[in-house]
Design a protein around this ligand. Structure first.
Ligand SMILES: *Cc1c(COP(=O)(O)O)cnc(C)c1O
Length: 842
C-alpha cells in the first residue's frame, strides 16, 4: 500500500463524514440479547465460567447505554437547533442510586431485558444487586435533585444538572457493638458504565493568587486575577432518560485534575515529591462528599468544592453559548441557573466575574444578566446549615470573588438605605458581610440579593422563611419569594420499586398514571371492592416478606409479616426525633412487661439512617436504638409482640425495598424544623399511612388524605414557639406515669448494663428545659396517636382502605407537578421534542 493511502480510493473527503449515520438499534429481545452477549464475551472478554455477576450487569448496562446514547444525541440536536431557553440545575449533591432498573423502565425495555437474560440462563434479579448506588448526596436534598432530573426529562424540559463527581460518595455504614462505623464508599472502583468522559470540554479553574488592576491604551480598567494555582475540571456526562419519550437529558459531573504543567517547575528543581503533593491537592477537590446533612462545618476544602462547581459549570454554559451566539444580549432570556440550596451560591459572584473579567461586559450589563438568570432554592430553617465563610479565607482563596461580593454588597446596602433611611440596625442585619471579630460572608444573603426567584420547599417552610429567617428581604422584595412543594418521581418510587402494585394499578386503570400521577386517584373508588382490597393486601404482604428478608439478612432480627411494620428511615438528626420513636418503643416494652397487652397489636419497629461522623449526639442515638433493640428482641416474654431493628447503611436502593413494605410511616420532626420531607411522600405513594406532626409537607399530605387517614399528633410550629418560653420537661415527665416509667428504665441503666452512664447526655437532653426539639412536649400525644394506629391496624379492611386512599391521593407529590410549577413560575421554558431517531439524509 502506498504511503498516501489506499491505491484504489480517491483522497478522503472530511466534509462528507458520516460515521454516525446509523440505523436505530433494535428494541426487541433478540437485539438486546445479541448486544448483551457481544459485550459480555468480546468487549468484557468473559466466558461461561465467569461466576461474578458484575460482568453480566456491566454487559447489560452497556447494551442499554447504546440505546440511551442514540436518544441523547437526538435530544441534544433538538435543543441546539431550536435555540431554546435552558435551565442549569446546580447542586453539590445528586443522590442518584442505581440506574439499571430506571433505565429499563424509562426505555420500556424491562420485559425484553428479563427475557433476553433469562434465555441465556442469567437472572436479572441477581445481577441488579451488583450495581453500586451512586451515593453522591447526603439525603433528601440530593435525592430531590435526582428526582427533578427524572421529571424534567419526562416533561421534555431542557434542563441539565451540574454536580461533582466525588471519588468517594456517602460513606457506607455498618454497626459494631451498636455503634456506627463509617467505611469509605469507593463506588467507582469497578468502573461506571453509565458515564461518558468528555475531556474535550475540560475547564481551567483558578484559586488563590492576587488581583491586578491596570488600564489599557484607551483608559479602560482591566482586572486580572494572576499568580493563581489552577485546577482542571474534567466533565463526565450521565444520561438522564425521560419516561418513554425518547428524551435523554444530561447530568454533567466535574472531576478535578492537576494541570499538565503542575510538575514541571518543581520537578526540574528537584522537588518531585512536592510536585506530586500539589497534584494530589488539586485532585482532592472532588475526592470526597462532605457527609453532613443540614449542617456546615466551615472547611476550606468545602469552599473549594463549591467554587469549583460554580466556576466550571458557568464556564461550560458560556462556552456553549458562544457556539451559536455573537453576544450576551439574549443570554438572560435564554438561560437560567437554579441553585439547589445555599451550597452553590458563589455562582452569583462567579457569573459576574466571568461576564466582566473574561467576557468584558460592564458592571451594569453583567448585573442585569446575573440577577435575571439566578434563582435560589432554600432547603432549611436551621441556622447551622447556612454557610458563612470567613472573609479572611475568601481573601486567600478567591480574592477576586471577594472584591465582587463587596461591590454587590455596597450597591445593595445603598438600596436598603434608600428604602429605610436611617435604619442602621437593619443595614447591619441584612448586610452580606457580617461584621465582628471575625467578619464573615453570609452566602445565603448573596444568593438572595443575586436571584430573581427565592423559593422554599413546602408551604409551611416558605411561610416560615418569609416571616423569620429572610423577613428583611421579604419586606424589600416580596415578589421574589415563592413556594414550590417538593415531590418524588413516581417512576422510581412506585412503578420501578413496587412491581406488584404497579401491575395491580395498571390492570385496574391503565398505565397513564406513571407519566401523570394524579390519574392514580381513580383507584380510590376500588377501595370499596373486597376483591381489590384482597389483591392490595397480598401485594403488601409480599413486599413485607421482601423487607423482612432484608431485615433478617442485615440485622439478624425476625420480622413477622403479620405484624404492623412501623418504619422511620432518614438521616439521624435530633430535629427528626428518632429519640421520640425509641421512647415510644420503651413505653411499649414497659406495657408488655406489665402485662398490659389486652387487644395488643404486634409491631415491628424499623429505624435506619446515617449520622454525620462528627455528630456525637446522633451517633449516641443510634447506639441507644441498638441497645434497646438487643434487650427487647432477646426478652422471651416479648416474642412477636414487639421487634426492633436498626437497618444499617440506609440508602436509595434500601428505600426501594423499605417503602413498599411499610405500613406506618414515621414523620415525627419537631414542627417548624423539617423543611418538607420527601421520604413521607415515597411511603404515602406505596400505601403506607403516616403518623406525623404538622411539619413540612406532612401538612399538605394530611390536606390530601384528611385527618381520618393520617395519625396526627404534637404541637404546631406556632405552639412550639409559644410554649418554648415556659417549657418544663421535668414537670411533663412527673405528671405522666408512662413517661416516668420510660425515664426510670433509661435512668437505671437498663439498656446499658455494662456501660454505665453511656446515655446520660440523651437523658439530660430530654430533661433540658432548653431542649430545642422539645421531645418531651409531644410524648403523650405521640403515644396516643400510636395507640390509635395500633387499634386501626386491627381492623384490616379499614386499614386497607386507608392504605389505598393514601396511594390514590399522592398525585400532588410527583416531581412532575413540582417541575411544572418551577417551569411555570421561574424557568418559563417550552418543552422541546427530540429529533426523530431515524435520521433522514442530512
Ligand atoms: C428520600 C430519601 C431521603 C429523605 O428522607 P426524609 O425522610 O425526607 O428525610 C434520605 N435518604 C434517602 C436514601 C432517601 O431515599
Amino acid at each position: 500500500m502506498s504511503e498516501k493511502g489506499h491505491p484504489k480510493l480517491k483522497q478522503c473527503d472530511p466534509t462528507n463524514r458520516r460515521i454516525t449515520e446509523l440505523p436505530p438499534l433494535g428494541m426487541e429481545t433478540k437485539a438486546i440479547a445479541d448486544d448483551f452477549r457481544r459485550y459480555f464475551a468480546h468487549t468484557l472478554g468473559r466466558d461461561d465460567h465467569c461466576k461474578s455477576s458484575h460482568y453480566p450487569y456491566k454487559a447489560l448496562a452497556l447494551a442499554l447505554r447504546d440505546r440511551l446514547i442514540e436518544r441523547w444525541k437526538t435530544t441534544r440536536r433538538a435543543y441546539e437547533e431550536s435555540d431554546c431557553k435552558r435551565t442549569f440545575y446546580l447542586s453539590l449533591e445528586f443522590l442518584m442510586g442505581r440506574a439499571l432498573s430506571n433505565t429499563m423502565l424509562n426505555l420500556d425495555l424491562t420485559q425484553q431485558s428479563y427475557k433476553a437474560l433469562y434465555d441465556l440462563g442469567v437472572s436479572l434479579e441477581e445481577i441488579r444487586e451488583s450495581e453500586p448506588d451512586a451515593g453522591l448526596g447526603n439525603g433528601g436534598l440530593g435525592r430531590l435533585a435526582a428526582c427533578f432530573l427524572d421529571s424534567c426529562a419526562s416533561l421534555r424540559l431542557p434542563v441539565r444538572g451540574y454536580g461533582l463527581r466525588y471519588e468517594y460518595g456517602m460513606f457506607r455504614q455498618h454497626i459494631a457493638n451498636g455503634q456506627q462505623i463509617e467505611d469509605p464508599d469507593h463506588w467507582l472502583r469497578d468502573g461506571n458504565p453509565w458515564e461518558l468522559e468528555r475531556p474535550e470540554y475540560v475547564q481551567r479553574i483558578k484559586f488563590g493568587g492576587r488581583v491586578e488592576q491596570g488600564r489599557d491604551a484607551s483608559g479602560r480598567l482591566h482586572i486580572r486575577w494572576v499568580d493563581t494555582h489552577d485546577v482542571l475540571a474534567v466533565p463526565y456526562d450521565i444520561p438522564i432518560p425521560g419516561y418513554r419519550n425518547n428524551t435523554v437529558n444530561t447530568l454533567r459531573l466535574w472531576k478535578a485534575a492537576a494541570t499538565d504543567e503542575f510538575d514541571l517547575e518543581e520537578f526540574h528543581a528537584g522537588g518531585y515529591t512536592e510536585a506530586v503533593k500539589k497534584k494530589n491537592d488539586a485532585e482532592n477537590i472532588t475526592m470526597v462528599l462532605y457527609p453532613n446533612d443540614a449542617s456546615e462545618n466551615g472547611k476550606e476544602l468545602r469552599l473549594r468544592q463549591q467554587y469549583f462547581l460554580a466556576s466550571a459549570s458557568i464556564k461550560d454554559v458560556i462556552r456553549e453559548w458562544h457556539e451559536s451566539h455573537q453576544d450576551f444580549s439574549e443570554f438572560a432570556e435564554k438561560n437560567c441557573f437554579q441553585l439547589n440550596d445555599t451550597h452553590p451560591s458563589i455562582s452569583v459572584a462567579e457569573l459576574m466575574r466571568q461576564l466582566m473579567d473574561e467576557q468584558h461586559l460592564g458592571w451594569d450589563d453583567a448585573w442585569a444578566i446575573t440577577s435575571h438568570t439566578m434563582a435560589y432554592t432554600n432547603h432549611t430553617l436551621l441556622p447551622e446549615a447556612l454557610e458563612r465563610w470567613p472573609v479572611r479565607l475568601f481573601q486567600q482563596l478567591l480574592p477576586r470573588l471577594l472584591e465582587i461580593i463587596y461591590e454587590i454588597n455596597a450597591r445593595f446596602l445603598a438600596q436598603v438605605a434608600q428604602h429605610w433611611p436611617g435604619d442602621t440596625d437593619r443595614l447591619r442585619r441584612i448586610s452580606i458581610i457580617e461584621e465582628g471579630h471575625e467578619p464573615m460572608v453570609r452566602m445565603a444573603y448573596l444568593a438572595i440579593v443575586g436571584s430573581f426567584s427565592i423559593n422554599g420547599v413546602a408551604a409551611l417552610h416558605t411561610q416560615l422563611l418569609t416571616a423569620g429567617l429572610f423577613h428583611d428581604f421579604y419586606e424589600l422584595w416580596p415578589e421574589r419569594f415563592n413556594n414550590k412543594t417538593n415531590g418524588v418521581t413516581p417512576r422510581r418510587w412506585l412503578a420501578a420499586c413496587n412491581p406488584g402494585l404497579r401491575e395491580l394499578i395498571t390492570k385496574s386503570i391503565g398505565d397513564d398514571w406513571i407519566a401523570n400521577l394524579p390519574e392514580i386517584s381513580q383507584i380510590e373508588k376500588l377501595a370499596d371492592s373486597r376483591v381489590f382490597r384482597r389483591k392490595w393486601r397480598d401485594i403488601k404482604q409480599t413486599n413485607k416478606q421482601r423487607l423482612a428478608a432484608m431485615v433478617k439478612a442485615d440485622c439478624d432480627v425476625e420480622f413477622n409479616p403479620e405484624s404492623l411494620f412501623d418504619v422511620q428511615v432518614k438521616r439521624i438528626h435530633e430535629y427528626k426525633r428518632q429519640l421520640l420513636n425509641i421512647l415510644h418503643v420503651i413505653h411499649l416494652y414497659n406495657r408488655i412487661r406489665a402485662g398490659d397487652t389486652a387487644n395488643w397489636t404486634n409491631r415491628c419497629v424499623l429505624i435506619g439512617g446515617k449520622a454525620a461522623p462528627g455528630y456525637v449526639m446522633a451517633k449516641l442515638i443510634i447506639k441507644l436504638i441498638n441497645n434497646v433493640a438487643r434487650v427487647v428482641n432477646n426478652d422471651p416474654d416479648v416474642g412477636d409482640k414487639l421487634k426492633v431493628a436498626f437497618i444499617p447503611n440506609y440508602r436509595v436502593s434500601a428505600m426501594e425495598v423499605i417503602a413498599p413494605g411499610t405500613d406506618l410511616s414515621e414523620q415525627i420532626s419537631t414542627a417548624g424544623k423539617e423543611a418538607s420531607g420527601t421520604g413521607n411522600m415515597k411511603f404515602m405513594m406505596n400505601g403506607a399511612v403516616t403518623i406525623g406532626t404538622l411539619d413540612g409537607a406532612n401538612i399538605e399530605i394530611m390536606e390530601e388524605v384528611g385527618k381520618k387517614n393520617f395519625f396526627l399528633f404534637g404541637l404546631t410550629a406556632t405552639e412550639v414557639d409559644t410554649q418554648r418560653i415556659h417549657y418544663d420537661p421535668n414537670r411533663i415527665i412527673d405528671n405522666d406515669a408512662d413517661f416516668r416509667q420510660v425515664m426510670q428504665l433509661l435512668e437505671c441503666g437498663y439498656f446499658n448494663q455494662f456501660e454505665p452512664g453511656r446515655f446520660d447526655t440523651i437523658i439530660e437532653s430530654i430533661r433540658n428545659p432548653y431542649d430545642p426539639w422539645m421531645t418531651a412536649a409531644d410524648f403523650r400525644s405521640y403515644v396516643e396517636a400510636q395507640q390509635r394506629a395500633a387499634e386501626a391496624y386491627q381492623d384490616q379492611e379499614q386499614w386497607l382502605r386507608m392504605s389505598i386512599i393514601n396511594s390514590a391521593r399522592s398525585g400532588r407529590f410527583s416531581t412532575d407537578r413540582t417541575m411544572q410549577e418551577y417551569n411555570r413560575d421561574i424557568w418559563r421554558m417550552q418543552p422541546v421534542a427530540p429529533l426523530p431517531l431515524t435520521l433522514a439524509d442530512p
